[in-house]
Every structure is written in structure tokens, then in C-alpha cells.
Design a protein around this ligand. Structure first.
Ligand SMILES: CC(C)(COP(=O)(O)OP(=O)(O)OC[C@H]1O[C@@H](n2cnc3c(N)ncnc32)[C@H](O)[C@@H]1OP(=O)(O)O)[C@@H](O)C(=O)NCCC(=O)NCCS
Length: 180
């Protein structure tokens, strides 16, 4: 089941985000970098802001929260963001529940949500080494258009993040910029 997150979900979402991020990316940085990243980006207060100010959809499996996707206005460093661009910011499925179609279901639900459905462009950022996520995004029409360095909390430069974009279908009657 996929539903919109509420304020009461914040604690469970924080736990889920922390465990999933640590499992997926923890080995790519030092313990101190990981702790700083979690505090800056996935603390309870950050997650509460996402839930209250943006849109967070959660996936439940037999009553347990196992994944979520976070949608918002764009804050991606793209050259010329057009109006009506939005961003898919986080798509996390707990490691014990991956490869069951939950990530695909969350992504499909996100693209059907009015915030993204009415967007001219939907952007996301993904670690250059995260091939599995890139494969998923490509299946849903995203393509790589740019890249930028991921900066660790210490200020050190890490690998690149790819910027991917999904353009609205021309027949959806947007501003015509995608009709080339
Ligand atoms: C990337 C991520 C969101 C994908 O979620 P997921 O639930 O594993 O995704 P799905 O199950 O829909 O698809 C994953 C794979 O399982 C396959 N699959 C889907 N349903 C399946 C099923 N019922 N049986 C077997 N395989 C299945 C898919 O075809 C896909 O195969 P592929 O990797 O060869 O392309 C998840 O791995 C994750 O949270 N990773 C850590 C955080 C992360 O990287 N997030 C993205 C950062 S931008």
C-alpha cells in the first residue's frame, strides 16, 4: 500500500531513512562523514520538514513501513530550470524489502502524484556508482543530462552525482519546449 506520509510517521520515516542510507552509502564515507550527513539531511527535524512542507509517499508491506519517496520543488544545480520543474529527492526502500517491486511502485506513484504529473521536467540526482537506481530511473523515462560533484560535510570532494531528467510527454500539452 502506498499513502501520503503524516506527521505521526516522522519517527518511523527517520529510522527507515537512516538504516537504508547507512546500508546503501555508509561504506563510501568515514563514520564521521556518515554521522554528519545523517544529521544534516535525515534527522527527525529534516524529515518532519519534508513531510509538512513537501510531499512524502510511504510504502507499507504487511503493516510495516518499508520505503518512501520525497517530492518537492526543484533545488538541483541545473543551468536553466524552466517553470514547472520539480524534483524527486529521495527514493529509499529498506534493504530487507528490495527487489520486490516496491521501488518501482513508489516511483510510479510519485510520477502520478499531481506535483510531478503536472511538471514539465522532473529532475533527480543519483550517485554515479548507483547503477541499480539508474536502471530503475531509465525504465521510467529519466535520462542523464549533467553531473556535479557530491561534497561531503567536511568539504571534501567525493564522486559525481548524475543529474537525470524526465520530460513531460509532448501530448500532455505543456509549453512546447520538449517538442524538438
Ligand atoms: C534503488 C531502490 C530504491 C530500488 O528499490 P527496489 O524496491 O529494490 O526496486 P524494484 O524492486 O522495483 O526493482 C529492483 C530490481 O528488482 C527487480 N524486481 C522487481 N520486482 C521483482 C520481483 N517481484 N521479483 C524479482 N525481481 C523483481 C526489478 O526488475 C529490478 O531489477 P534490476 O535491478 O535488474 O533492474 C532501492 O534499491 C534502494 O532504496 N536503494 C538504496 C537507496 C538508493 O539507492 N536510493 C536511490 C538513490 S537516488
Amino acid at each position: 500500500m502506498i499513502r501520503i506520509a503524516q506527521k505521526g510517521d516522522v519517527q518511523a520515516l527517520t529510522r527507515l531513512a537512516t538504516e537504508t542510507y547507512t546500508d546503501a552509502f555508509g561504506k563510501s564515507m568515514t563514520a564521521a562523514e556518515l554521522a554528519a550527513h545523517l544529521e544534516a539531511n535525515l534527522s527527525e527535524s529534516r524529515i518532519e520538514t519534508f513531510v509538512l512542507e513537501d510531499v512524502v509517499l510511504v510504502a507499507e508491506w504487511e503493516g510495516q513501513m518499508v520505503g518512501f519517496v520525497h517530492l518537492s520543488d526543484i533545488n538541483t544545480p541545473v543551468q536553466t530550470p524552466v517553470s514547472q520543474s520539480k524534483k524527486l529527492r529521495k527514493l529509499y526502500v529498506h534493504q530487507d524489502f528490495q527487489n520486490k517491486g516496491i521501488g518501482s511502485a513508489l516511483l510510479a506513484a510519485a510520477l502520478e502524484h499531481p506535483l510531478l504529473k503536472e511538471a514539465t521536467y522532473v529532475y533527480l540526482e543519483v550517485w554515479e556508482r548507483n547503477i541499480k537506481a539508474q536502471r530503475l530511473y531509465k525504465r521510467y523515462g529519466f535520462e542523464v543530462v549533467d553531473q556535479h560533484r557530491f561534497i561531503l560535510p567536511s568539504g571534501a570532494e567525493a564522486d559525481f552525482d548524475y543529474i537525470m531528467v524526465r520530460r513531460a510527454a509532448p501530448e500532455m500539452g505543456h509549453d512546447g519546449q520538449s517538442r524538438c
